[in-house]
Write a protein that binds this ligand. Sequence first.
Ligand SMILES: Cc1ncc(COP(=O)(O)O)c(C=O)c1O
Length: 465
Amino acid sequence: MAADAGAATMAAMIRSAALDALRTRETARYRERHPRSAALAAASAPHWLYGLPLHWMRDWPLPHPLFVQRAQGAELVCADGHRLADFCLGDTAAMYGHAPPAVARAVAAQAAAGFSAMLPGEALAEVGALLAQVFGLPRWQLALSASDANRFALRWARAVTGRPRVLVFDGCYHGTVDDTLVDLRADAGGRRRTVARASLLGQVHDPAASTVAVPFNDLVAVEQALAGGDIACVLTEPALTNCGLVPPAPGFIEGVQALARAHGSLLVLDETHTLSSGHGGWARVQGLVPDLLVVGKAVAGGVPCAVYGFGEDLAQRMEHARAAAPAGHSGIGTTLAGGLLALAALRAMLAEVMTPAAHERMSQGAERLQAGLQAVITDAGLPWSVTRLGARMELQFRAAAPRDAGEARAAMDDALAAALHLAWLNRGVLVTPFHDMLLVSPQTTDEDIAAVPAALRSVLGELLA
Ligand SMILES: Cc1ncc(COP(=O)(O)O)c(C=O)c1O
C-alpha cells in the first residue's frame, strides 16, 4: 500500500478490502471463546437495563458483554478464564495496576474499622500533607468521583468570583457535569455557537447561558471569551484526552493561565487522565500551579474518591464566600465523600504506589509501546500516529497529533476502531473502548507490551493483504 495515500483514502481502502470479513471472523471467534460471558449476559438481561449495571457499557464494541472474574496488576481474567493484558486499566482508574497490594491491605484493614462516619478519620492530617507533597498545593477537599470534584470546583469558582459562566474547550469531557456537556457548532452563517451535546438525555437547560466553548490551542478565542468579564473559570485538561489525544501546543496552557489571571478568572485543571504525565501530574511536571486542581479515578487506586486542591489565597476566598452565604446546603459535598475507606486508600496510594519510580517505569514502558506501534504503522505505510503523554497514548488515524477536537474527530473511524479492538481482545490485549487509548501500568510486562504491536501487525496483515 502506498505510503503517501491520504488518511481517508487509506481507511476507505481498508474498509472495502477486508474490514467486514475481519469483523465477521473476529465476532465468531469471540462468541466461541466466551460462552460463560454470554450466559452471564443472558442471566443479567431480565434484571438490569440493557442487562448491564451502566447503560453505556453496551457501547463496548463487542458482540456481547465481557464479564470479569478478577483484575490484578496489569491483567484481567474474564469469566471464561482467558487472561487479558489490560491496557484499558479501567479507563485510568487502575492506571497504577488493579488492586495495588498496598491499597488492598489498607482497605482490608480499614474495612474492619469502619467505612464512613460523617466525621474525619485520624488519617486526615497525614493524607493532607501527602496531597500537598505530591501535587504541590496546600489545601484540599474530597469528593466521590471526578465528576463531583469538577462540579464542586465550578461551584467554588462561581462563588468566589461572583461570575456566572465557565469556559471549556470543544471536545472536552469532565464527567457528568452539566456545564461541560457542550459542543461547538457552526450555524448556517458559519458562526460558532456553544450548544448542548446532542446525545444528552433529559437536557432542559440551555448550556450557552452558563458555558462558552472554544477550540483547544486557540489563545485568540480564549481571550475573546474572557474579555466579556463574566467567566468564573477556565476548566480544562492540560491535554484533551477524551476525543482522541490532543496535546497542548507549547505554552498554550501557560497562555490560558496568563489570560485567565489578566481577566480575573480562575484556571481549573482537571488532571484525572493527565496524571499519566509523570509524578504529580502534568502541571507538577511543568512547574505550573493552577488555581484549582482536580484528580479522580486513579488517585485512590480505583476506590471511589476524588480530590481537589487549591492555594491559601483561594482557600481564604472560599471561606469568605461560605461565611457570606446564609447557613444551609452549599450544593457541595456528598455523604460518602471523604469516608474512612477512601482516606485509607488515598494514604496507601500517595505514600506507597504513586511514586516517582512507578511513573518512571510506566513512562519507559509506554515509550517502548509507542515505538513498537509506530514501527508497525510505518511498515504498513499507514498515515497514522501514536501520541503519548507519559504512560498514556492514543493511536490516531492521522499522520500527526491533532491540534483541536475538530481535527481529532475528523480522523476517527468507528468501524475500523471497533474491528481493531475486537481483534486485539481475541489476541489477549484489552484496549480502551470509544477511542484507541492504551495505558501502561507499573506492572505491565515487556511481553505484554510486545504483544500489542505484534497483534496489530497480524491484523493489519489480514486487512491490507
Ligand atoms: C478528564 C476527566 N475528568 C473527569 C471524568 C469523570 O470521572 P468520573 O466518571 O469518575 O466521575 C472523566 C471521565 O472519564 C475524565 O476523563
